[in-house]
Write a protein of this length. Structure first.
Length: 201
């Protein structure tokens, strides 16, 4: 039984490593080993360190993750913003549409999902105020994608739920990614390190 579980986990890991679609395994997949900054970076300088995946403080720093999720899944990261005062973002896909979950956004300490019907966090119903990140503190952020909704959490606390099949979602041009079916990470003018990055079906 133990050997079977190990084989299953390793098979799923290989799928993630090659950017394959993950459709069946109910396990957490660690995406950091398969993420190559030289291949997957979109903007900013990204490096791997003993602490995780790090980016410098540049406008719209972002990186693709080598996985294309299908259906329902959870996407969870642990991160520390070291400098700056702007948002850290998780880019996700729901119903074939890409969008962002951001924390401490728009210089107004907002959290939420953007864009919804073309509207950013400042103007859509997922807006959550008073979500200020403390530099040097470690946080967890999570997106839970379901057939009829998207939930976002900070430190395991539910911040907001958006009822959607994904059709009203889009990713702002400020964060545009070359692959609109992949997950990604971003940090706006803030040196940030992502200690862990994982997906679970």
């Amino acid at each position: 039984m133990r050997r079977t579980r190990m084989v299953l986990w390793f098979s799923v890991f290989l799928l993630a490593s090659f950017g394959a679609r993950v459709d069946a395994a109910e396990v957490w997949i660690d995406l950091l080993p398969a993420t190559d900054p030289s291949k997957h970076r979109v903007e900013g300088m990204w490096t791997k360190t003993s602490e995780g995946l790090a980016t410098n403080a540049v406008t719209g720093s972002r990186i693709l993750l080598p996985i294309k999720p299908a259906g329902e899944y959870d996407f969870k990261v642990a991160f520390t913003r070291r400098t700056g005062r702007h948002s850290v973002g998780l880019f996700f896909v729901a119903g074939g549409k890409q969008a962002a979950y951001e924390v401490d956004a728009w210089g107004q300490h907002l959290a939420g999902i953007q864009d919804i019907k073309g509207q950013p966090i400042t103007a859509n119903p997922t807006r959550v105020p008073n979500q200020t990140l403390e530099n040097g503190r470690k946080y967890t952020a999570e997106v839970r994608v379901r057939r009829d909704k998207v939930e976002v959490l900070l430190d395991d606390k539910l911040l907001t739920t958006h009822r959607t099949n994904g059709s009203d979602l889009s990713l702002s041009n400020l964060w545009r990614l070359p692959d609109q079916q992949s997950l990604g990470l971003g940090a706006w003018e803030s040196e940030t390190i992502f200690h862990s990055v994982a997906v679970r079906r």
